[in-house]
Structure formats: structure tokens, C-alpha cells
Design a protein around this ligand. Sequence first.
Ligand SMILES: Nc1nc2c(ncn2[C@@H]2O[C@H](COP(=O)(O)OP(=O)(O)OP(=O)(O)O)[C@@H](O)[C@H]2O)c(=O)[nH]1
Length: 488
Amino acid sequence: MQLWRESLEPCLPFSCYLMSVASVHSDAGKKNKRAPLQERKMVDRFRLCVRGGEGGSGCASFRKSRHFRHGAADGGNGGKGGSVILECSAAIWDFSNLQHHVNGNRGGQGYSKKRVGSGGSDKIVQVPVGTVVHLAKGSIPSVKGSLILPDAAAWQDEETQLKGVEVLTTGCNKQFQECLGSSADAINTENTLGTIVDAVESHLVYDSDGNRPLVDEYDDNNMLNGEDNSGGALKLLVASNVAELVSPGECLVVASGGPGGRGNTAIARGCGREKALPSRECEPGQPGSEAVLILELKTIADVGLVGAPNAGKSTLLGAISRAKPMVGHYAFTTLRPNIGKVVFEDYFALTVADIPGLIQGAHEDRGLGFAFLRHIERTKALAYVLDLASALGDNKGISPWDQFDQLQYELEKYQIGLSNRPSLVVANKIDEDGAEEVLNELRRRLPSMQIYPVCAVLEEGINALKWGLRTLVDDPTLHATTLSQLRM
Ligand SMILES: Nc1nc2c(ncn2[C@@H]2O[C@H](COP(=O)(O)OP(=O)(O)OP(=O)(O)O)[C@@H](O)[C@H]2O)c(=O)[nH]1
């Protein structure tokens, strides 16, 4: 290899030489290779520190002419610093490609002949659809693009800041709006670090269900689980759900650039004595705003698969879509949510989310699944995956109807009303001996539920299930159930 390279190097163009060197290096250092997509961990929580670019300094310059023998001020203002903008993109899957610190670019300085400095370029951070923004530190961000504020540059004037507060409050629930409304003065006059946290802290705010405080205590250690290792073991006070990015193209200005400093022309004009007394002073640019955000991904799938560990959810996802989640004969093979797309012949498509299995007491932090329920919070429908074989023969599991009860209980504990979402039951492992009888019993006990017997491994009953899911998503009212309806 060495000989070949040496003999080729002199006659290869430089770019080819670089490519050959790169390939040699990549072969040697296999550790640096990126893991294939299905093996990579999904990063669904991320701490992001953002800072707007500093404004450029103003310029002090004088133009001498026949009429202004002492020179007239002609220094231009500095340019505005660049902002940091979150952009919602359908091409991004999670936060694994983000950097923890993002700063807007500095504005250019002003020039003579009253020329204004160039504006610093904005930094666009692309985030996945379904990103929820929590504010750990900093001022409330403004909204841009497809939402209400037309122009990010308008951030600077006070009036727009006020609008920004109104816009954002519409995205929050009622109590949070009231809280912000009453604290709006504080937010606008003192647009500094910690303002929003102080504002929210002074009101004990709870969400519309009354059971989850909107100001959460985030333990940084929780965020260090493999994805975020930039901080210490601090307890952060977080203003929850400050904004949500739910459709591609939506933008949110999270840190605005500082205004540029005034040049001596503007300062002299300010005095109203430009000709008489040209100013020799100019101003430095202002720093941009800063914020520490916690980004949380709440996946927006059409259908959520819920089930006990080992019920066969991942196998099922692989059978109905082209997703390739990890499957194992042990509980908790699934450690992170998987998303699959079910495509029909007429190109109708629906997305299905598979989350780690839920066990009894999940709401008391047992198992893994409870932490991931936020990924099915926004699904239109649920599919309960029940294991028909879990209590058969020597298996020491629980019966499918008890699995169903447990799942509903845990869902209700997570969010009141979640278990009433349009749903169907997938009775998996119908291939096992004795599963038919269990299925009949299940049908008897859950008469109002649509039950689809399938064998996920052999892909039997999959087509009927796919159409069942489609009907559910197309017209959810068909199969909406309540807990009272379910019980015999
Ligand atoms: N006999 C039979 N076994 C199945 C079927 N579907 C899945 N399994 C097996 O059940 C075991 C668990 O399957 P998974 O798809 O990993 O189950 P899961 O619900 O995703 O499990 P967690 O990751 O723990 O949540 C694997 O050994 C599968 O081969 C089925 O239809 N019939």
C-alpha cells in the first residue's frame, strides 16, 4: 500500500491525493466511523446556550469641505448583530447534530460617508418537528417567519417585544398566559437574564390539568444520560413550554443580535447641532441577548404503539413499516423511541411510534417507558400491543386483559384522558399454542374494542391491521372509547 501510494503521489492531482490519504486514514481509524442510523442513540433532550451577535461599533469620521471647514460629522452606525433562530425542519430526526453553544455573528462597524456597518449574519439551528422549548435562563424569545412577527429585526423596538410576549403567550396555557400578562412589564423593561424565570417563579403555575407545574425543576443529571455532558449537577429552574415548533418552516428567534453603536453623525443629530458642533464620539455596539434553552422532542406520529416489554412492539413495527428496530427475546430491548412509516399502495402514509415497554408502576419511575410517553402524547391514536402468550404454559407473565388494564392505568397516570384516545388492540403472538382461546376470552372481556390478531414474526394479519390503523387515523371518532365503555 505504501509503495503504491508513493508511486502514485507525484502523478496524482492534489485533490485525488487528499482522497487517497483520507481513505487510508479512514481504514486505519475505524473507531471514528459513524454508527449506522438504527444503532445511534436518539437524542430527544438537549440543552442549548444561545447568544445574539454583538452589534458593530459606530464610526467617528469628519468630512471637510469648503462649507464645513472644521469638518462635518459623517461616521455611520454599526450594523446589528446576527440572531440565533430555531427553524423547524422535517429533515431532522433528533438533536444529535446540534452544538451546545450557538452565537450569532457580530455586526460590522460603521464607515465614513455615513455608511452603516453590515448586519451580522443569523445562525439558523434546525430542529425536528415537535420540538418544545423550555427556558432555563434568559429573556423570552420572539417569534418569526410563518408565525405572527413578520421580521426578526423588529425585535429591537419595545413595541414589538410586547407583541412577542403576546404571541408567545398564545402558545401557552391559560394560567401561564395570565402569569406572563401580569409580569409583562417586568419582562419588557428588564430584558435580562433570569427575568422570565423570576416572572414565572412569582406565580405558582400549573398546567390545564392542574397536576404538572409549568415551572419544573430539571435535574441536569437527568439530561446527562448519554446526550448532554456540558454541565454540572445543577438544579435548573425551567419555564416550561415557552414555545413549540410543530410544522416545518416555523422559526423562532431565541437570541437577538445587539444593536449597532451610533456613529458620530447620529450622535450629533441627536443633539440637533450637527453643523455647529460635530461630535467626536461614537458608540460601541450592544451585546446580543442570551438564553439557555432546554429543547425537548415530542414526536408527532399518527399512531403510538404501547405495550408491556416483550409484547412484540418492535417486531410489529418492523412488520408494518420499513423501520428496523432492535428485537430481542428479553425485556427492554427498546431503549429509545422508534418511528416507522406505513405506506399504502395509494401513497397514503401514516407514522407509527414504538416506545420502550411499560410495566406496572411505570409512573413511579419503574422501567423505562414512562419517560418516553411524551412521544405518544401527540399521537392521534393508540395501538395497545398485547402478548397473547404471556400467561400460557410455563410463561409467568400476566393475561392480555390485565396487560390492557395496566397500560390504561399507566397512561392515565401520565396524562389524564390519554387512555381515552381512539385506539385498537393488537393481539400479538397468535401463532403460539393456546393463543386462540386467549383471544376469544380477550374479545369477550373487551367487547367494544377493535381487536386485530396478528403474528408479527410471520407477518400474519398485518394487512388487516394496517387498514385498521388507517381507518382509526382517518376517522378517529369511529373507535373512540372511554374507560367505562370498556368494562363488562
Ligand atoms: N411467537 C412469537 N414471538 C414473537 C412475535 N412477535 C414478537 N415475538 C418475539 O417476542 C420477543 C420480543 O419482541 P420485541 O419486538 O423485541 O418486543 P418489544 O415489545 O419491542 O420489547 P421491548 O423492547 O422490551 O419493549 C422477540 O423474541 C420476538 O421474536 C410473534 O408474533 N410470535
